[in-house]
Design a protein around this ligand. Structure first.
Ligand SMILES: Nc1ncnc2c1ncn2[C@@H]1O[C@H](COP(=O)(O)OP(=O)(O)OP(=O)(O)O)[C@@H](O)[C@H]1O
Length: 372
């Protein structure tokens, strides 16, 4: 039932050809049964990509294949209508019938598919079980919570075994607690259903929990498509690093490099840091070392060579963790420490240790911010 989705050089322009396309030369493939999440800020083109797969937008360039069938190819004037693509869709708003029960809602798409009563019942039961609503079968959907309604929408889009499931910010109308609960269940539900899924969100924590691979988009471009661990530890560029929360960028020059690790002399401070670097890095290269706040260690005494002396500029107590801004010379380093009691106060002096294996450097290009 699940199919491969193959997108090649997808382009969607909404207006004049001189305007930047909403989707700009995007290519990726989702394997059968795989979940890919498109992540990016508002306006980056993720919804337009999803709507192009759904057939709700007509692309202006490139091709889309679902299970080996070409469904969009503007150059050759091929366009398969949405209702002939056999896709399931779940959107922000719960598109459920308010006057029907859970069971009736889930059975609805099968009405028009000439499926026998027995088989309908079996499929409906299965879909309701998958989304965990077994106990609510007879309930009118108006008597359900937002999260439960969204589960109904999900069951209804899975019941006819679509080739691909498309989800556009399906959790964004839920309150924070429900959002977390359904977020944690969604991956299991989609995997249990065995369906290929394309999921769109601007919420990185949602993407990390749900995806097999995450595609980060910006200005219509797909910047990187990788599993979450690669994305968080080896971001392809500064935007991806920043968008996924790497709050510190330290500019410097490579002194030595061997086996994918380099020693980088930081600009304007008397410190060098060891960091992982791209393969094509050479001594003398200008780089930006990207550091995630949760990977920075703060020490009261210098224990290792390479620790940098710093002073606490400010802190934000967040209940289960404390976010610090530390000044190392004129450079600001962000650090987050887990724990319900802050260990440091503004003005405290300390030592900052950044383990080399969790540092990642990019080549510094003209025009990129060099430090903050
Ligand atoms: N129907 C349309 N007509 C003209 N421009 C559009 C249309 N739909 C989207 N756009 C533009 O295309 C770009 C990409 O929009 P898109 O909705 O795909 O972004 P997004 O990343 O999904 O954002 P959001 O998270 O806000 O939905 C935006 O600049 C948007 O203004």
């Amino acid at each position: 039932m699940s199919a491969e989705l193959r997108i090649r050089n997808l382009e969607k322009r909404f207006g004049a050809t001189n305007l930047r396309p909403a989707v700009d030369d995007v290519s990726f493939t989702i394997a059968p049964g795989e979940i890919v999440v498109l992540l990016g800020p508002s306006g980056c083109g993720k919804t337009t990509t999803l709507r192009s797969v759904a057939g709700l937008e007509k692309p202006t360039g490139g091709t889309i294949d679902i299970g080996g069938e070409r469904v969009a190819d503007p150059v050759n004037k091929r366009f398969v209508l949405p209702q002939h693509r056999n896709l399931g869709m779940v959107f922000q708003s719960y598109a459920v019938w308010p006057h029907m029960t859970v069971e009736q809602n889930v059975a609805y798409p099968l009405r028009h598919r000439r499926i026998g009563k027995e088989q309908t019942k079996r499929k409906v039961d299965e879909a309701i079980e998958i989304v965990g609503l077994g106990a609510y079968r007879e309930r009118p959907v108006v008597a359900l919570s937002g999260g439960q309604m969204q589960r109904v929408a999900l069951a209804r889009s899975l019941v006819y075994r679509p080739r691909i499931l498309l989800l556009d910010e399906p959790l964004s109308n839920l309150d924070a607690k429900l959002r977390l609960r359904l977020r944690d269940d969604l991956r299991t539900i989609i995997k249990d259903a065995g369906v290929t899924a394309l999921y769109v969100t601007h919420d990185q924590s949602e993407a990390v929990v749900i995806a097999d691979r995450i595609g980060v988009m910006k200005d219509g471009k797909l910047l990187q498509l990788d599993d979450a661990i690669t994305l968080y530890n080896s971001p392809a560029d500064v935007f991806v690093a920043n968008f996924t929360g790497a709050g510190t960028l330290l500019a410097g020059r490579v002194e030595r490099v061997a086996h994918g690790m380099a020693l980088v002399q930081l600009d304007d401070v008397p410190y060098s840091v060891r960091t992982r670097v791209p393969d094509d890095t050479a001594p003398g290269d200008r780089v930006l070392v990207s550091v995630r706040p949760e990977n920075v260690h703060l020490e009261t005494e210098r224990r290792e060579d390479g620790e940098m002396a710093g002073i606490v500029k400010s802190l934000q107590y967040e209940g289960t963790q404390t976010a610090y801004r530390i000044m190392v010379g004129d450079k600001e380093v962000h650090c987050t420490e887990l724990g319900t009691r802050p260990r440091f106060a503004p003005g405290d002096t300390l030592f900052v240790w950044i383990p080399p294996e969790v540092c990642w450097a990019f080549h510094a290009r003209a025009g990129t911010a060099t430090s903050h």
